[in-house]
Write a protein that binds this ligand. Structure first.
Ligand SMILES: [Zn+2]
Length: 338
């Protein structure tokens, strides 16, 4: 979730929004300058739910669909449909919570969510198992003191999740704090190694670097702040999340197998002169539910409620009703401590 969206939330008074059943969500599935053939192409996949909007010379293809169908389409993309059923149910509740939150945030805009890794990836709801998991949790969302709040998930935490504050810095949400996770230790993402030449890092940062230090670790043990000592004697301090995102932006491929990215900020480093070697754990930002942890918990017999309780001890599962309205986040603003 972007900083600007969260900031906007502080000023939008949304307490009168009613959340009910039969809700629809507007998903932006494509945007560009030339929409020729696009509507027809997507109508074949998504039926008559799609329509085109134009704003500032850009076309937006939007699909307006039932929110439960949308959640099904997201769960099938964000988690493998053959994963344990209770993990799919836990994912359904997380994805539905995010969907409703986006809907509230964007009520004044002409679409609610984007089909992207920055929101959630969405595909057609065409898997019976996933649909069953969504149906069995119909209308259920995660609530903090009765309100829908931002929740997150990621592929593998590497043994401990981290706080929202330590990754994004602007809010200190009590429900997004580090949690020990002994369950994901058999994940294929648990351990990794990446080697970057100092030349490559210099290119990405636009500065000639000599050395790198981990200046600060967060309470989960992740590298939080990095200090680069430059060849000209100056220093550059950057958050490891920003560094990770810079590496990602330089390739635009976030797959774990991509050797040009850092899968997480949970790393230790070694300097061999020409290169910096990163030894790390986990995959993703590390906030909220660890999907591999959820998978292993489900395999061990935990149900989705217990899985969600493990990763979100302060949140309760509730049904969407007219009572669950949205407040603002000003009480959690980290700006107060700066
Ligand atoms: Zn984990």
């Amino acid at each position: 979730m972007s900083l600007s969206i969260l900031k906007n939330l502080l000023v939008i008074e949304l307490s009168l929004i009613l959340l009910g059943y039969g809700e629809e969500i507007r998903v932006c599935i494509w945007k560009g300058k030339n929409p020729e053939g696009i509507v027809g192409k997507y109508k074949k996949i998504l039926g008559n739910t799609v329509y085109l909007k134009k704003k500032n010379n850009t076309y937006f293809l939007i699909s307006k669909i039932d929110i439960e169908k949308y959640v099904c389409g997201v769960v099938g993309k964000e988690m493998s449909p053959d994963w344990p059923f209770e993990a799919l149910k836990a994912q359904s509740v997380c994805s539905r919570t995010i969907a409703y939150l986006k809907k509230i945030e964007n009520s004044e805009n002409f679409y609610d969510v984007e089909n992207s890794i920055y929101h959630q990836v969405y595909g057609k709801c065409d898997n019976k198992r996933v649909w069953k998991a969504v149906s069995e949790t119909k209308g259920e969302v995660l609530l903090y003191k009765g309100k829908i709040v931002p929740v997150f998930y990621h592929a593998c935490c590497g043994g401990k999740t981290t706080s929202y504050l330590s990754v994004w810095g602007n809010f200190d949400f009590p429900w997004l704090k580090p949690v020990e996770d002994p369950f994901c230790k058999d994940s294929p993402y648990i351990k990794w190694k990446r080697v970057f030449s100092k030349r490559k890092i210099s290119e990405i940062l636009g500065k000639d670097i000599k050395k790198m230090e981990i200046l600060k670790r967060d309470s989960s043990g992740r590298a939080q702040t990095l200090k680069f000592i430059l060849k000209n004697g100056e220093t550059l301090t950057i958050s490891s999340q920003d560094f990770r995102m810079k590496l990602y932006s330089s390739t635009n491929r976030i797959l774990f197998s991509n050797t040009d990215i850092l899968p997480s900020t949970f790393f230790w480093t070694k300097d061999n002169g020409e290169e910096i070697i990163f030894y790390g754990k986990g995959y993703g930002h590390g906030v909220g539910m660890c999907q591999w942890g959820a998978r292993k918990m489900a395999e061990k017999g935990y149900d989705y409620r217990k899985i969600l309780k493990h990763f979100f001890p302060l949140l309760k599962i509730g049904k969407i009703s007219k009572k669950e309205v949205y407040g603002d986040y000003s009480e959690f603003c980290a700006c107060k401590n700066r």
